[in-house]
Each structure stands twice: as structure tokens, then as C-alpha cells.
Write a protein that binds this ligand. Sequence first.
Ligand SMILES: O=C(CO)[C@H](O)[C@H](O)COP(=O)(O)O
Length: 237
Amino acid sequence: MDMDQLKRQAAARALEEVRDGMQLGLGTGSTAKHFVELLGERVRAGLKVIGVPTSEATRADATRCGVPLTTLDEIDHLDITVDGADEIDPELNLIKGGGGALLREKIVAAASDRMIVIADESKWVQTLGRFPLPVEVIPFGLGATRRAIEKAFAQCGVSGQMAVRKAKDGHVFVTDGGHWIVDAQLERIADPPGLAGALSTIPGVVEHGLFIGLASSAVLAGGEGIRVIERRKPKGD
Ligand SMILES: O=C(CO)[C@H](O)[C@H](O)COP(=O)(O)O
């Protein structure tokens, strides 16, 4: 079975948790796109749900698939967010933002009663960090922000190359919020909550790709079948 089929299987498993009347956060990326497509099939068959997309790309996909959309200004909470991830550790800490949507993804996940992460098994790691950590930054004062990020890394015992993300056309990648992303090649993040806290205090950092205490469960599809890992601590701890 190829990777794309595994992603679709994980998405299909998460769809089993969706009930009539639910308000859903819709993630971004190739795995989340499978979820949106499968959800669209159910909506066309009569399921009543409403979704909040985490990116303009997902908004376009959901609209094409016939999934009705709303915003976090119109509704006061979400029942479930289903989203992919770049890395998932055994505490269900995540690295996200490979697709550049980390800011909206984190806002939507934090507004949800449950976040279900869907992925193929390759995203499961013992320690986060092999995937470059995305840090969303304000272009103004980037030099100062980069120095502050380096200082935060040093305080947390990590270091590595940082690079401003480029789009396929070679220009700087600009997020849906109009910001830039610095990708940091850290290799091994021993204390994800500590690093998340340190990055959050830097003025030019809008958000970072460490999702701590947000995922309720992870659905991992692999050659041996599907594994569902539930978070041990309650959400927010
Ligand atoms: O965080 C994300 C986008 O910002 C994605 O969820 C993450 O990059 C995983 O993407 P894919 O399902 O394509 O592997």
C-alpha cells in the first residue's frame, strides 16, 4: 500500500468519530485533504456538519467538496479538529507547519474539544526534531528575532541551522496571515514544552510549530494496519 493510501485510511478512521450536527476544524496538508474529501462524500449523502478551515487551500478544497463552512467568529467552539502532522511523539506532542498553516491550525486546534491527528506511521518518532521546526515570524526586525530565537534555542539546549522558507518559485514563502517562516534544523528537541514556552515569549515570533497538549489522539496508518494512540493527560495539561 502506498503512502497516499495510508493517509486516506487514517482519514477514514477519523471520519468514524464524526456525528451529525458536529462543528469541525479542518486541517491542512495532503492527509487532511483526504479527510475533507471523505467528509464531502458524507455531506453529499446527507450528513449535517459545519467546518472551519485552517488555510485558504483547505477552504478551497472544502468548498469544492461541498462542506459548509463557518468561522470562529460565528460559532463558540469546535467539537473535533482533524489535522495532519509532520512529527508525533509518544506524549502526542507534535511538529506542524510543513504546509505553512501552523498559526491557523493552532488557533483552530485550541478552540476544539478534541484534536485528532491523522498520519501515516512515518510521522511517529520517539523524539521530535528531525523535521525542521517551523517558526512563523514578522518580517520586520527579522535579524533581531533570529538572534532571540537562537538565544532561546541555546537556553533549551538545542542548536541548528535556520533558513527563511522559500516558495517553489524561489520567492519568500508568505503565510495566509502575511508572515514569513523560519525553519530550524534542530535534530533532537529534548524538552518540547520548554522550547515552546521560550519561543512564545519572543516579540517577533507569531507562532511556532510545536503543538503541546493539543492532540487528544493520533490515528496512524501503517503496513500492519491502523493504530490509535490516546493522549494520557487531559487536553491542556
Ligand atoms: O502542519 C501541516 C500544514 O501546516 C500539515 O498538517 C503537515 O505538514 C502534514 O502534512 P501532510 O499530511 O501533507 O504530510
